[in-house]
Design a protein around this ligand. Structure first.
Ligand code: 5GP
Ligand code: MN
Length: 337
């Protein structure tokens, strides 16, 4: 691992920079990528944010969204070309190349040719970068982008545009500053971002007050029909079938936050969503916990995933939703014994 000072020197000349967020980027991943991009542009770097796939429309307000390149499975050469032209690749909000789908092998090929920087706060790190800013206690990757800027002695260059991107990442990854991951440092960084003149109330509106009737009806349906509690295991979970996805025309991001309704019930410490993917025998799993129980370990051990202690995810293939739920129950019974 190199010393950050050599990276600082390397960035003294304008470089071709590619910034990659994790697959199905959330506000933290895309906000971190765009915030970093705007910051690096201040020093004349040529930056491109390259996303493994699309992200929900409630994030399209983010400054720089129009310029994000979404990897196109039909034309992989576009992404390949962008990666080939890079001098430096920033990997943000993930710490294993398996988290960027088709872009993983493309970056893998460049590990010895290009400078690779990883900035992340997830467990389950796999070594691949020349520089790492990795802290699982950081509340958001966006918080670590701020720390990167601070290491670069550039916090005075943070403008409202950068602040909006980073603030969005911190707000969403902390459940609006409510999770235990929030430290005094998180709040100080939020305050520094606010001090740029950022209209934080407007930002909340953009992120949270964007429901559609369709999504609200789906929420009603899911609360009524798809929610199961196992009180003896302090667990509640939702299932979302392909039929639900068709009936409510669900889009990426529409189940965001759903899991928290299960967690909001008194006594419930573990919550999940089991969602059928396009292939009916693939199940996407999303897990949350309150307290010491690590859903990251559970996801890593049984659902090919990972994440944070209190928020993690994964997927299993070749299983029906009932089988995935049965596996979840068996694992919980063993772990909570
Ligand atoms: P969500 O449930 O909101 O999709 O994800 C919760 C957390 O778990 C996020 O930090 C996300 O990055 C991580 N996560 C979600 N799915 C996966 C996965 O398939 N693999 C890994 N390693 N992490 C995941
Ligand atoms: Mn994050």
């Amino acid at each position: 691992m190199h010393n950050f000072n050599t990276l600082k020197e390397f960035l003294e000349e304008p470089r071709n920079v590619v910034i990659i967020p994790h697959t199905k980027p959330d506000a933290d991943a895309i906000g971190s990528a765009l915030g970093l991009s705007w910051y690096l542009r201040k020093d004349e770097h040529n930056t491109t944010v390259l996303s493994p796939n699309a992200y929900p429309s409630f994030l399209h307000w983010m400054p720089g969204h129009e310029e994000v390149v979404i990897h196109d499975k039909e034309q992989p050469e576009i992404s390949e070309d962008i990666i080939n032209k890079a001098d430096v690749i920033f990997c943000v909000d993930f710490s294993a190349l398996s988290r960027i789908e088709d872009l993983g092998p493309m970056v893998e090929k460049q590990l010895s040719n290009k400078t690779i920087v990883m900035i992340d706060h997830h467990r389950g790190k796999v070594e691949f970068a020349d520089y790492e800013l990795w802290d699982i206690d950081a509340a958001a990757a966006a918080q670590l982008i701020y720390e990167f800027i601070d290491l670069d002695e550039g916090t005075q260059k943070i403008d409202q545009r950068i602040a909006a991107c980073l603030y969005a990442g911190i707000v969403t990854d902390t459940g609006s500053f409510k999770y235990p991951s929030v430290s005094s440092r998180t709040l100080r960084i939020a305050a520094a971002l606010k001090d740029t003149g950022l209209d934080t109330a407007r930002l909340y509106n953009l992120i949270y007050d964007n429901n559609t009737e369709r999504r609200l009806r789906f929420l009603g349906h899911a609360l009524k029909e798809n929610l199961t509690f196992w009180s003896d295991l302090n667990t509640g979970f939702f299932t979302v079938s392909q039929d639900d996805r068709d009936n409510y025309k669900l889009q990426s991001g529409d189940t965001e936050g759903l899991v928290n309704y299960a967690l909001s019930v008194n006594g419930i410490k573990i919550a999940g969503i089991f969602k059928e993917t396009d292939e009916r025998d693939g199940i996407k799993v999303s897990l949350r916990s309150i307290g010491d129980f690590s859903v990251a370990d559970l996801a890593a051990e049984h659902f090919n995933g990972g994440g944070h202690k209190n928020a993690a995810g994964g997927r299993v293939d070749g299983m029906t939703i009932d089988e995935a739920v049965a596996l979840f129950k068996k694992v919980l019974e063993e772990k909570l014994k």
